[in-house]
Design a binder for this molecule. Sequence first.
Ligand code: FES
Length: 102
Amino acid sequence: MTKPKHHIFVCASFRMNGTPQGVCAKGGSGQLLQYLQEELNERGMADVAVSSTSCLRVCDRGPALIVYPENWWFGHIDGEQAIDAVIDSIESGTPSAQHSIT
Ligand code: FES
């Protein structure tokens, strides 16, 4: 196994306590996972891993995801254009200002 160069963690709204259907899941983060993986494959970005994760505690900006090791936090990832902006960020090395959580 080769360690990924980048790792995208997509909030799936899991919570230790309480409802698992939080803001990000209701906002379609689960459905965007497939597009995210397909787009990475299409761009030949095999060194980028994708995982779903629990609530990132930025629910008011969901759907949310984070990119490591850059420690970039992105919010309002609510469609394919937003996913494209995240992937563009990784390719260019500059985080999308439109979706960055600062
Ligand atoms: S449910 Fe996604 S950040 Fe809280």
